[in-house]
Design a protein around this ligand. Sequence first.
Ligand code: AMP
Length: 186
Amino acid sequence: MGPPGAGKGTQATRVADHFAIPAISTGDIFRANATAGTPLGQEARRYMDAGEYVPDEVTNLMVRHRIDEPDAERGFLLDGFPRTLAQVEELDGMIAFTGHRLDAVVVLTVDAEEIVARLLQRSEVEGRADDTEDVIRRRQQLYAEETAPLVEVYRERGLLVEVDGMGEVGDVTERILTSLDPIPQS
Ligand code: AMP
C-alpha cells in the first residue's frame, strides 16, 4: 500500500522477484486490458482516466480470477489491491477459499511534495493518461478517503509493515526486505 506515486509498482516487482512469486498489479491488469480494448478494459478506462476507482465488483472479480492462476498457487504479492474496505473483505473471502494467508501488508510512507514531482515525471516518461495534475490530485484525495483507513485495519490485525519509501529505489527495496525478514512465510 501507499499513496499514488509512492513507488508501489516498482517495489512490488522487486520484492516479488526476491520471493519468486508473481506481483499482481490491478492497475497493470486494467491498463493491459484497456490497451487490448477488451470489455473489461473499456469499462476500467473510464474510471482510470478520471482518477476514480474502478467499481469493487469489477475489480474483485478480476483479482479472484488472477489469484486462481497456477503461478499464484505458492503465493503472490498484491500491488494496488485492496483499496477499499469492501475489497479487504472480499480478499479475506478469496484467500480463505484458495487456502492462502496474508503474511504482511507493506505500506510505503512518502512525502506529499515528492509524490507530485514523481508523478509528473512519470507522466513524461510513461505517458499515463491519469498522471495529469488534476487527476493526480483526485487520486490522492481518493487514497486519503478510501484507502488510507485500511492501514489501521491491517495494523489492528498485526499485519502492517511500515517502510520509509523515500530515497533510492534499491535502498527502499532493502528496507522492505529487512522489515519482512522476521515474518514467517505461510
Ligand atoms: P495504479 O496503477 O495502482 O495506480 O492504478 C491505476 C488505476 O487503476 C487507479 O487509479 C484506479 O482507477 C484503477 N485501480 C487499480 N487498482 C484498483 C483497485 N484495487 N480498486 C479500484 N480501482 C483500481
